[in-house]
Design a protein around this ligand. Structure first.
Ligand code: FE2
Ligand code: FE2
Length: 277
């Protein structure tokens, strides 16, 4: 039995339920937004650099893999009301992200409705597989991925602003970054519960996840190497940004020393840097 099903600590469930209620109540009060009415679609810039639209499309693809993320997360969360309720809410929020990015691609004239439908259908041809078979590792993985995604949307918003600007896309990317940062905070606090219960065991998972991290799903597409090259060229996300803005801040906020991240079997010679994609 994997630790996904081993959910027999009432204190852990109670602590996670409290985290979930805080997360949900705060989202209801401060973070809900409406795709149709909160984004100034009228201000789409039809003259934006087409390379930026390609990058928006790439992240729309990552968000379109939602069925695979939920297919793995929801059934395994059955023993925990806190985990089940969280994933139901998380899935709703993530579902808005691909919708909104797709809507921008159409409103801006960069893609047609049928092109968006083609992209969505491609994601069903190549399913995404969970990268880790342990709950603790998957909580660590999602924590890192959420932080990386928040950063990605922030960086993309800066590139849009520096290019020719697009108030609709900039506003949308700001909303997405706020959502992703809230998801990151939830998973980080979840990880902290594991560290409190079993620091050494949790650090083993954290080390493995953070030293091999790759963004989900992007490598599954036929043209993935071009997409990844574009994301790096525009300095949206790369190995250096991962180390500086994801790896180090996560360790600091978890209260984990870099010395604790050294592999006990073989010590890395240089600073550990995630793969990035
Ligand atoms: Fe998202
Ligand atoms: Fe997210």
């Amino acid at each position: 039995m994997s630790d996904f099903e081993q959910w027999d600590d009432p204190q852990l469930e109670a602590d996670l339920w409290r985290l979930y209620r805080d997360f949900f109540d705060k989202a209801e009060r401060k973070r809900r937004w409406c795709i149709q009415t909160d984004i100034p679609w009228i201000d789409c810039n039809k003259k934006l650099n087409p390379a930026i639209a390609d990058i928006v499309e790439s992240f729309c693809v990552v968000e379109l893999y939602l069925p695979d993320y939920l297919r793995n997360a929801i059934p395994k969360s059955r023993p925990s009301r806190a985990r089940s309720w969280f994933y139901a809410n998380w899935g709703y929020e993530e579902s808005k992200h691909s919708l909104a990015l797709g809507d921008w691609l159409v409103h801006s004239g960069m893609r047609s409705e049928s092109q968006i439908a083609d992209i969505a259908s491609q994601t069903f041809q190549y399913p995404w597989q969970v990268p880790h078979e342990s709950l603790i590792a998957m909580v660590a993985y999602t924590m890192v991925q959420e932080r990386a995604t928040a950063l990605t949307y922030r960086n993309l918003r800066h590139r849009v602003h520096d290019d020719r600007g697009d108030p609709a896309l900039e506003h949308l990317l700001m909303r997405l970054a706020v959502d992703e940062q809230a998801h990151y905070s939830f998973f980080r606090e979840f990880m902290q519960l594991f560290l409190k219960r079993d620091r050494d065991g949790s650090l083993e998972h954290l080390r493995r996840v953070m030293h091999t991290f790759a963004m989900p799903a992007l490598h599954l597409l036929a043209d993935s190497s071009q997409r990844i090259a574009q994301i790096k060229e525009f300095r949206i996300f790369d190995e250096e940004l991962y180390f500086r803005d994801v790896y180090l801040p996560i360790l600091e906020s978890l209260g984990v020393e870099r010395s604790e991240m050294k592999n006990r079997v073989s010590q890395p010679k240089s600073a550990p840097v995630g793969v990035g994609f």
